[in-house]
Ligand binder design. Structure first.
Ligand code: ZN
Length: 720
């Protein structure tokens, strides 16, 4: 058997493909089909062995008439790169583990294991007892999460409905209007993580309770009976640097107490967050890293696997965060739950043989025995059907951990790793003839821009400007919409007074744009309530409020007659497109954030200072003649503002571009400042795609400055 570890990138997602040369080409075809959706009968391989052996980069290329063939892509003496239509390329780069590398890894593993056998017997016995005691104390800890009183207290401290709303809006922003229960449930869990991160406080040295000054560590104290009651076996002592009083920092282990204190270090964070996960019905584990960190794992039915959640970092599904990101030298990561203990170390490393050399507390056999015994005990009273479900899941997880599949998902976007933009440049260098935007798609996904409401809101503001008192009316409508936004998202409804401005016709498009309706009651009072999808309203309301506030401030500052009417009245904002950029910073500062109409979100390319670009692509079959565009500077860091740029248009879906507009030395004097640019109509023509290409940021001297933009709005004439 010769095993080749291939990694296939498709649609921005990476999948591992293990190609066993004994199984041959037919099996590989099915494997490739399962990840790329290119049917096996359309895959045509010749001289497969020669291609696969010893190569680092393979490409599944459409040759003609929908037939695909597997070709080597440069390097290591493979066949030359064929000239291909770039629209049909699927690359298989990353690691092709050679037989030699595989053998070396196996040897290192064996060496580490035999070293464990050399330890004196005494250290074996001592190690086992300590190892077991440590895990047992955490088993008791995780059982606290099953207690109904604690779960109820956790549920009472957060609004599930608010998490749900945020989750549905986040999904809608990705163009997912309807999702399965499992996907929604996972999205809610992510929101719970983000909320938790904001609601909990990190404590290094506690502030003094009396005078609020900083304190300095003086040592350990003895726990009081009250502290012990909440599981604080350890109490750290500090001295206030102001009033010199002693400050206690009891390290509470009871998550119930943590719901109240909402503070601590990673132990307290993971402990309390895992309780929240259990309280909302998620299967959750406390993952104990013996090199002094702790986090949570949750089983996601949507992904059908365990997913890493680190509440301190608000990070999820980034299992290599510690080893690759923080350069941690991991040894044991043991996950504990009400149904057992699990050695999940392999999920968090790609250097297993190296990790093995640091696993010196007990032998591998003892790890397994202890973990097995704890699991057996935890499952003693479980009914047979539950045991069967657990058994299947255990096997599936074991296979996953052995195959090391988890890592590829999140290998990008780890702190300290290459950014997407650099990867893109590297890839562009390798692929030569491929257009940059198509090469980038392999790294940076094409994202749906859910922005029809942004277009409608801008037109609605144009109508509102027709009011007899726009300064007053815009301000009043901000208040109305804020009132509705503060209500539960499923039942937004508010009865207002009898004021005439509430009934003015010019506000109808605004209400419609945010999915609300107005009924004037017999009493003359005005009822405003949801008119359609609550998610649409949840998505549109913040945009409308931000834009109204912005317009109101402009009206106050420069007066009605100086308002730039073009963006509201003469032009129509383009909408319904997709976006792709040279680089982005997931999960929030992504390409689509530049087109969501929200000033509070932005797109950022860490390497965009001198060549960052972002495309806006109209849906298939649509084109528009650009007459203007509006750029909004981001919330912070003025040095990252674009200063010199081109706006280009393409009739040919990115194969050829023509310049529509160019600007030099532009300066955004304020944060979240909108600047509108008109395009020379002589240069404009119907385009399907638009590209903003930054040639320099404000800090032009430093090419390492990121590029960031809060919003880009493209406009065509109103008739289009
Ligand atoms: Zn003090």
């Amino acid at each position: 058997m010769v095993l080749h570890k291939l990694s296939v990138i498709h649609d921005g997602q990476s999948h591992a493909v293990d190609y066993d040369s004994d199984e041959g080409e037919e099996v590989l075809k099915v494997q490739l089909f399962s990840v790329t959706n290119v049917l096996p009968e359309y895959q045509n391989f010749s001289d497969l062995t020669e291609i696969v052996n010893g190569l680092h980069s393979l490409t599944l290329i459409e040759v003609q008439d929908g037939m695909y063939t597997l070709k080597a892509l440069g390097g290591n003496g493979g066949p030359p790169v064929p000239a291909v239509e770039p629209s049909s390329v699927v690359t298989i780069p990353l690691s092709v583990q050679s037989d030699e590398e595989l053998a070396r890894a196996l040897q290192a593993e064996e060496d580490a294991l035999s070293a464990q056998q050399q330890w004196p017997l005494q250290s074996h016995q001592h190690g086992r007892a300590a190892f077991q005691a440590k895990l047992e104390s955490y088993m008791l800890q995780v059982m606290l999460y099953e207690d109904m009183t604690r779960q109820n207290a956790a549920r009472a401290s957060v609004s599930l409905e608010e998490m749900e709303e945020k989750a549905l809006v986040a999904l809608a922003r990705q163009g997912k209007a309807t999702v399965s229960d499992s996907e929604k449930s996972f999205a809610v869990l992510v929101q719970l993580l983000l909320w938790f991160k904001k609601s909990f406080r990190w404590v290094n040295e506690p502030d003094c309770d009396s005078c609020g000054s900083k304190s300095a560590r003086i040592g350990m104290g003895t726990a009081t009976s009250e502290e012990l009651r909440h599981g604080a076996n350890r109490v750290e002592l500090f001295r206030c640097t102001g009033c010199r009083k002693e400050v206690r920092f009891p390290r509470y282990n009871d998550p119930m107490k943590l719901l109240e204190t909402r503070a601590g270090r990673c132990g307290e964070w993971a402990n309390c967050f895992t309780l929240y996960c259990r309280a909302f019905g998620y299967e959750a584990r406390l993952a104990l890293d013996f090199t002094d960190h702790v986090w949570t794992e949750c089983f996601s039915p949507f992904h059908n696997r365990w997913v890493h959640f680190d509440p301190c970092e608000a990070a999820y599904d980034k299992p290599l965060l510690y080893e690759s990101g923080w350069k941690k030298r991991l040894s044991y990561v043991i996950a504990l739950a009400n149904d057992g203990a699990y050695d999940v170390t392999r999920r968090y490393t790609r250097k297993w043989s190296e990790v093995l050399t640091r696993r010196t507390e007990v032998t591998e056999a003892v790890v397994q025995e202890v973990v097995f015994a704890l699991t057996a005990r935890a499952r003693l009273s479980r009914p047979a059907h539950e045991l069967e479900v657990l058994r299947i899941r255990d096997n599936q997880e074991r296979e996953e951990l052995l195959a090391g599949l988890a890592e590829e998902e999140s290998a990008s976007a780890l702190p300290g790793r290459q950014s997407g933009s650099q990867q893109w440049r590297m890839l562009r260098g390798e692929v030569g003839s491929m257009s940059p935007s198509l090469a980038a798609e392999m790294i940076n996904p094409v994202r749906a821009c859910v922005d029809e409401h942004v277009k409608e809101i801008m037109l609605a503001l144009g109508e509102l400007l027709k009011s007899s008192e726009p300064i007053r009316v815009t301000n009043l409508w901000v208040k109305v919409l804020q009132k509705l936004q503060s209500q539960p998202y499923k039942v937004r409804r508010e009865l207002f007074g009898t004021k005439d401005w509430l009934k003015e016709e010019c506000s109808s498009p605004l209400l419609q744009a945010v999915g609300l309706q107005r009924d004037v009651q017999e009493s003359g009072r005005v009822l405003i309530q949801l008119a359609g999808s609550p998610v649409k309203t949840a998505l549109a309301l913040p945009v409308a409020i931000e834009q109204l506030v912005d317009l109101h401030q402009q009206l106050e500052r420069i007066g009605e007659s100086n308002i730039d009417q073009r963006v509201f009245s003469n032009w129509t904002r383009l909408a319904g497109g997709t976006s792709c950029a040279s680089g982005e910073l997931p999960p929030f500062e992504i390409a689509s954030a530049a087109f969501d109409g929200l000033n509070s979100t932005k797109w950022l390319d860490e390497n965009g200072a001198t060549s960052g670009w972002i495309e806006y692509r109209l849906p298939d079959g649509k084109s528009a003649t650009l007459v203007g565009y509006q750029i909004t500077s981001a919330n912070d860091a003025p040095e990252r503002d674009p200063q010199t740029w081109l706006v280009e248009g393409s009739e040919t879906a990115g194969q050829t571009w023509r310049t529509l507009d160019s600007r030099q030395g532009e300066h955004f004097e304020a944060r979240l400042m909108k600047k509108c640019y008109e395009i020379d109509v002589q240069k404009s023509f119907p385009c399907r795609w638009f590209r903003f290409l930054c040639l320099s940021v404000r800090d032009a001297a430093n090419s390492r400055t990121p590029l960031q933009i809060a919003n880009i709005d493209y406009f065509s004439q109103k008739s289009e």
